[in-house]
Write a protein that binds this ligand. Structure first.
Ligand SMILES: NC(=O)c1ccc[n+]([C@@H]2O[C@H](COP(=O)([O-])OP(=O)(O)OC[C@H]3O[C@@H](n4cnc5c(N)ncnc54)[C@H](OP(=O)(O)O)[C@@H]3O)[C@@H](O)[C@H]2O)c1
Length: 239
C-alpha cells in the first residue's frame, strides 16, 4: 500500500485529502497538533508542531521506522495571520512563516531518507503567495519559492514536486464565506475540490496548479500589472 504523509491533516484540506487518499487505496499518516481531531479521523497519525524543527525530525523518525518508504509527502499545514504587516501580532507573523515555509522545509529534510525515486512531494501553497496581501501572503510567497526551488533540487533524486495554489477555500482556519458579500462569496469553494485536484496533480505529474483554475487571473494580474494591484484593497483572511 502506498504511504502518504500529510501535515496539517487534522482539519480542512488536509483531512479531506486523507479521506480521498484512503478511498483511492493509499495509507495516510497525518501530522498535526490536535490529537482529538486526529483520533476522530481514524488514520495513523503523529502529534507534531511543524514550526518546531526538532519535533518534525522526531515525528519523521518514528514514521520512517514504521514506513521506511514514503510515496507522497504533502506539506499542507498553514495558518492565517488576519491583518497587515503594521498591525498584526509580531509573534503571529513569525509563526506563519515558521509553519508554512520552514515547516515545509523541515518536513522535506526529515522525510528525505524515505523519499525514493518515483516519490511525490506536494506543497499546498496559495494564490495569496502570488499576490500582495500582508504577512500571510509573505509566508506563502516564501513557501512558493521553496516549492519551486525544491522542484529543481529533488529532480536528480527522481522525486516530483507539485505546487498547489488554492484560492478561497471554506475551512475551519479560513472561514472565507463570512468575510465576503454575496458576489465574492461565489468565489469560495470547499476542500473536496482541492483534494481531488491534488490527487490528479500527482497522478498526471502536474508541476504547478491553481485551484479553482480561474484564480490564476489574480496571479497573472499581480505579475503583469503590479501598479494596479497596489491600488486595490484586498481584505486579509480572518483568524
Ligand atoms: N482555506 C483557504 O482559503 C486556503 C487558501 C489557500 C491556501 N490554503 C492553505 O491550505 C492549507 C490548509 O489549510 P486549511 O484551509 O485546510 O485550514 P485548516 O482547516 O485550519 O487546516 C490547517 C491545518 O494545519 C494544521 N496546523 C496549523 N499549524 C500547525 C503546526 N504548527 N503544526 C502542525 N500542524 C499545524 C492544523 O492542525 P492542528 O491545529 O491540529 O495542528 C490543521 O490541520 C494551509 O497551508 C493554508 O495556508 C488555504
Amino acid at each position: 500500500m502506498r504511504v502518504a504523509v500529510v501535515t496539517g491533516g487534522s482539519s480542512g484540506i488536509g483531512a479531506e485529502l486523507a479521506r480521498q487518499l484512503a478511498a483511492e487505496g493509499w495509507h495516510p499518516v497525518l501530522l498535526a497538533r490536535r490529537e482529538e481531531r486526529l483520533q476522530e479521523l481514524g488514520f495513523e497519525y503523529e502529534l507534531c508542531d511543524v514550526a518546531d524543527r526538532e519535533q518534525v525530525e522526531a515525528a519523521a523518525g518514528r514514521v520512517l521506522e514504521r514506513h521506511p518508504g514514503i510515496d507522497l509527502l504533502v506539506n499542507n499545514a498553514g495558518i492565517p495571520v488576519g491583518s497587515g504587516f503594521l498591525d498584526a501580532d509580531p509573534a503571529r507573523i513569525e509563526l506563519a512563516l515558521r509553519v508554512s515555509c520552514l515547516g515545509s522545509l523541515w518536513a522535506v529534510r526529515a522525510f528525505l531518507p524515505g523519499l525514493a525515486r518515483g516519490a511525490h512531494l506536494v506543497n499546498v501553497v496559495s494564490v495569496a503567495g502570488t499576490v500582495a496581501g500582508g504577512p500571510y501572503s509573505a509566508s506563502k510567497a516564501a513557501q512558493l519559492a521553496l516549492s519551486r526551488s525544491l522542484a529543481r533540487e529533488l529532480a536528480p533524486r527522481g522525486v516530483s514536486v507539485h505546487t498547489v495554489n488554492p484560492g478561497f477555500i471554506e475551512t475551519e482556519g479560513f472561514p472565507q464565506r463570512k468575510r465576503f458579500g454575496p458576489l465574492m462569496r461565489t468565489l469560495v469553494v470547499d476542500p473536496p475540490i482541492v483534494a481531488r485536484r491534488i490527487l490528479r496533480a500527482v497522478e498526471l505529474d502536474q508541476r504547478e496548479i491553481t485551484v479553482p483554475r480561474w484564480y490564476v487571473v489574480a496571479s497573472l494580474a499581480q505579475a503583469i500589472a503590479p501598479a494596479l494591484i497596489a491600488r486595490m484593497h484586498i481584505p486579509h483572511a480572518p483568524r
